[in-house]
Design a protein around this ligand. Structure first.
Ligand SMILES: [Zn+2]
Length: 92
């Protein structure tokens, strides 16, 4: 099982009206959300006590000294939506 550096519990989801999502690192494997990642995100957006209509998952790692990342949107009733993560200074 890949190592996951989850930030669960970093802040109280239900107490934050500005809850945006979760982030962690996949230091040595794919930036794609793991099955465990996806299960966790679906639990969050489908939990009425959280009150989030959607949540994003940001996964980052260093690749050859450069920051790389992926971002995915989880919204109840929809498939996972892959976003595009742009870094300041990217030419495209
Ligand atoms: Zn993960």
């Amino acid at each position: 099982m890949p190592q996951t550096l989850a930030v669960t519990g970093f802040f109280n989801r239900s107490a934050s009206p500005n809850y945006l999502g979760e982030w962690h690192s996949h230091p040595s494997f794919s930036l794609m959300p793991s099955n465990r990642d996806q299960d966790s995100m679906w639990e969050i957006v489908n939990d009425p006590s959280v009150g989030a209509n959607f949540a994003i998952l940001l996964i980052v790692k260093l690749e050859a000294g450069e920051l790389a990342g992926s971002v995915n949107l989880f919204a109840s009733g929809f498939d996972v939506m892959a976003g595009e993560l742009l870094f300041e200074g990217d030419s495209n």
